[in-house]
Every structure is written in C-alpha cells, then in structure tokens.
Design a binder for this molecule. Sequence first.
Ligand SMILES: [Zn+2]
Length: 463
Amino acid sequence: MLKTSLKQQWPPKYDLQYQPDVNEKYWYKDIETASKEDLDELILFKVKNVMKYAYEHSGFYQRKWSKVGLHPNDINSLKDFEQVPITTKAEVREDLEEYAPFGSNVCIPYSDVHRIHGTSGTTGKPTVFSFGKEDWERIAHQHARIMWSFGMRPSDLMFIASPLSLYIGSWGALIGAERLGAKTFPFGAGQAGQTEKAVSWLKEVKPTVFYGTPSYALYLAEKAVELGVDPKEFGFRILFFSGEPGAGVPSTKKKIEDLFGGICIDSGTMAEATPWMSNTECEHRTGVHLWQDVVYTEVVDQHSKARVPYGQEGVPVYTPLERTSQPVIRYWSGDLTTWTDEPCQCGRVYPRLPKGIYGRIDDMVTVRGVNVYASLIENVVRRIEGLGEEFVMVVTREKIMDEVTVQCETVGSRDENELRQQISKELKRETGVTFVVELLPLGTLERTQFKAKRVIDKRNFKE
Ligand SMILES: [Zn+2]
C-alpha cells in the first residue's frame, strides 16, 4: 500500500510548501518507486475520479459519452478504460466553434478562470485553454517534481529562451521552476536581434539551466560562435527542451551536449495534455519517463487504436489526471513513439519512450511505400562532419515515381562529391530510401527561433 495520503482525495490537495531535501533523489519516493500494482491502483483512482468529474461538469463529455452509452461507473479497471472513446483535436475545435469562445468543456465558472492559453496555431484556428487557479498550482507543483528528477534544484537559475506568448511551454517551465524554488530569467525568443542579446546576457549572468527548443539552442550556439563566444562559456549544467523532438534524437542530443557542455533533457507532450512535462527524461537520459500518476499515457495502434504491447510502435494517448477546469480524457496526440517498461537506473517505475517522440503522423512521409521520419534524417545530418545544423526534406513526384531530396548546408572545406556520397549512403542505411542530396552554402536555409519545419511534401495526390 502507498503510504501517501494522496490517494484519499480528488482533486489532490498538495502541500505547496513541501520540498524534499536537496540531496534527496525523489520528490515523492513512495509514488515514484511504488510497485506496479500500487501505482496502477493510484492511477485507477484518479482515472475514475476525473471521469466522474467530467461527466458531471463538462457538456462536451456528457454528450460524447452519452452518444455511445458510456457512464463513468462502467470503468472499474485500467483495462476498462481502454474502451473509452479517444478525444481528437478536430472534436475540440468543433466544440470551440459551436460554443465560442471557450467551448463546452470548461468545468468551472468564468469568474474562477485564472489563465487563458492557446496553441500557437501553426495550422488552422488556434485552440483555447482555460485554467483555474487550483489547476495552475497543481501544474506548477507536478512540473517542479518532474524537474527535480533531472537534477534541478533551488540553487539553479533557469534561462527561458522560448516565446512568452500563447505558447504554454514557456509558462509551464516558468511556474515549475518557481514552485521548485529556483530563480528564473524569462528572456523569451523570436524578436529581431534577440539572439545576439541572449549571447551577451548569458555571458554576463551565467544561468545554470537552459529551456527552449533544440533547434533554437543550435541556432544560439551558431550565433555565439559567430560572435566569437564558445557556448561552453555560458556554463549551462542542464539544457531542457520541449516543443520539438530533437532532444530525443541521439545525434542532436550529443551535439547539444558537446556544444554546451551540459546534459540535454528531452521533455514534453502537448499543450492540450498539460501538465506537459509528464513525458520527461531523468538525469540518466534513457528516454522520457511517462509520469503515469500525473498524466496517464497509453501507446495505441495508429489504425486500430488498441493499446500496443511494450516494445512496439504506436501513438501516445494522454489523460491528465488532475485537471478540473478543462479535463481531457484519452487525447489523441498524432505523435509516433515506441515504449518500454524496462527499468531505468534512477529506480522510477514509470515506463519510458526510449527514443522519445520521434515523429508525427504528419511529420512522416511515405516515400515509395517506406515511412520516412524527419527525425531519422536529423540523426544522419547532425552526425556528419562538414554539415550545418539545418536541413529540409522535400518530396516530389515525377510522373509516378516519388523523389525525395534532402537539402543541407556545408561548413568547412570537405570535398562536395565525397560528402554527397556519404550522406546518401547513410540516409539509405537509416531509412531504406535513396535520396537526392543537395548541398547549399551555410546560411541558405531558413533559421528558426522556434519550431522548425522539416518536411515539404510537394506531391499532389488529387490529380
Ligand atoms: Zn530514469
């Protein structure tokens, strides 16, 4: 049995002053190292409560479940829970339009709404989220607990190098670090000239933790070198990432660690599944742990939607277990991953995604019948000597044959023919597909201060 009293109440009330001793490895040892049975019991307790709550308070879930004759009382095991219908982004968008502007899934009175956030809306209409104050505090608390697991402590200073805008990543990092008692430096990103300023601030202030996207960290390093500064001079102990898959890609992880000299931590689910740190690596960096008592994560088959066994590929489906302002039950991520329950050195019982999130269903293109992920290309491009960090994969169709071109930039003076051959050979080995390699001078491809677009599919399937 878990010693914790947290199983007795839902929504959980956390002691917001609590903090482990700085030398303590775990925030809540009894949960993080519980037996599988005890952990499942705690998850089931939360699953049942969040479902009951959603059924009583959310118009969206009342209608959705009534349509299929589902009542929360039907759910008596985690196996039963696998039968609960998936929630998709399209459904949420429809609901937001019908019940504009906040949708019918807000379960608290408008007067109790504390924060409004949204997706950055790169495709389609942005999605709106409402958070009550208690949810916001619980998110901060759980984020602090997870940040503890990769070694962050109150003595740290965290530099936040991502936009402080609708984007919830930055705010989740900020409030987690604050709850942990660390100092924060919410610098932001995306303004003209801001990266040059970042370089000089970092040299002066020397924060110990970096938060941002991997592509931005690489851009920052490139800028620093251009300005004659070695990124190691910043002195980051930990570089912590979300928003993009890169930090889980082995060659990118290595590159970041080599460039900056700190450890590179992969993290993040999606804004809708906040607290989004529920997928985060511990200090051992063996792939993200699924913090199952915070957000219950299932990996399911892309087509049948049935849970896949450990070791297999599927799509993560998320259920945040403590949200009362806007519950989300079995949310379809559209991401691709494989999972494992093999133990990690840290002793936590949570399953892991050993390769992190390595693709999205839509960041993957099928070329001549083979699935090609942008992250596979990234792994090759970033380990080859003589190439810059940026790359784009372009897919075209000439008559009936797909052609896939990788565009990358050269640095240094390697022979271009030899370089082209090496890239082509390694890409073929990694993906099974033959690529056309296009080498460009450094600085040709678009730089990103946020999330990079790596796949351009120019095929027209409608003709
Ligand atoms: Zn671990």
